[in-house]
Each structure stands twice: as structure tokens, then as C-alpha cells.
Design a protein around this ligand. Structure first.
Ligand code: 5GP
Length: 127
């Protein structure tokens, strides 16, 4: 099934400059900015500039240049944000994709969380 991208999503608006953001770093293919509702002392969102709905879409259809740029930018950021495992305490990456993960914004993004102990990977659900 082809991926359907909604260009009215909030991150598309940020990429167009219609909505302001607190940019951490911008490269040719990637933008990183602070989450508006931070869940930890460090909470940064990393997004590709291309129109990809979720991680599946990005992994399947992004170019090698986009994937390399995204991965290298994210890896460098953890050090710049002071949360690299080697001396910074470590971090967690989250890429909510689709309904079960309650993906709020349908533009592929990875959360970088850190700056405090993050607890277990998942909250315990009732069933
Ligand atoms: P998701 O649940 O889709 O993985 O996470 C979407 C994230 O986007 C949430 O953590 C939310 O706080 C963040 N977010 C939603 N709207 C905005 C916005 O306008 N600006 C910024 N910087 N973050 C946003």
C-alpha cells in the first residue's frame, strides 16, 4: 500500500516556516528542534526534511543520502546535547509509528530523551 503523506501536519508546517520552532541543528536533509512539551530535561525531535509518514516509509523510500544524513546528524546530536552514553548518562530514542504507538504527528520523527533516569522502556499496561 502506498504511503499517504498529509502536508498539513504540524511538522510539515514547521519545515515550511509556517510555525516557529527552537532549532537545535539543521542540515541538508534533516532538522532537529526542541519538543514543545518536553518529557525530560533533554527532549529533541529529529525529522527528515522529506515527506515521510513514519519510520517504515522513511526506511523503505528515503534516499541513501537522506538516511545517512539523518543517522549521522542524530548520532552527533547526542554528544552535542550532553547525553551520549560515554560521559553524558545516556539517552532513549523513540519513533512512534502508527496507531498502537499513538503517533500524534504523521511526519517521521525520532524523539531523543535524556538528562535524567528514564525508567523502564514501557509503562505497564492493564493487559
Ligand atoms: P508523537 O506522539 O507523534 O511521537 O510525538 C509528537 C511530538 O510532537 C509530541 O511530543 C509533541 O509534544 C510534539 N509537538 C506537537 N506539536 C508541536 C509543535 O508545534 N512544535 C514542537 N516543537 N513540538 C510539537
Amino acid at each position: 500500500m502506498p504511503y499517504e503523506y498529509d502536508d498539513q501536519n504540524v511538522f510539515a508546517k514547521i519545515l515550511r516556516g509556517d510555525i516557529p520552532n527552537k532549532t537545535v541543528v539543521e542540515t541538508e536533509h534533516t532538522l532537529a528542534f526542541h519538543d514543545i512539551n518536553a518529557q525530560a530535561p533533554v527532549h529533541v525531535l529529529v525529522i527528515p526534511k522529506g515527506a515521510y509518514v513514519n519510520y517504515d516509509h522513511f526506511g523503505a523510500e528515503a534516499t541513501a543520502a537522506e538516511i545517512t544524513d539523518f543517522t549521522r546528524t542524530l548520532a552527533k546530536l547526542t554528544a552535542d546535547l550532553g547525553v551520549a552514553p560515554d560521559g553524558g548518562g545516556g539517552y532513549r530514542l523513540i519513533a512512534n509509528s502508527g496507531e498502537a504507538a499513538i503517533q500524534e504527528v504523521p511526519h517521521m520523527h525520532v524523539h531523543i530523551l535524556g538528562g535524567r533516569p528514564l525508567g523502564a522502556i514501557l509503562a505497564r499496561a492493564a493487559s
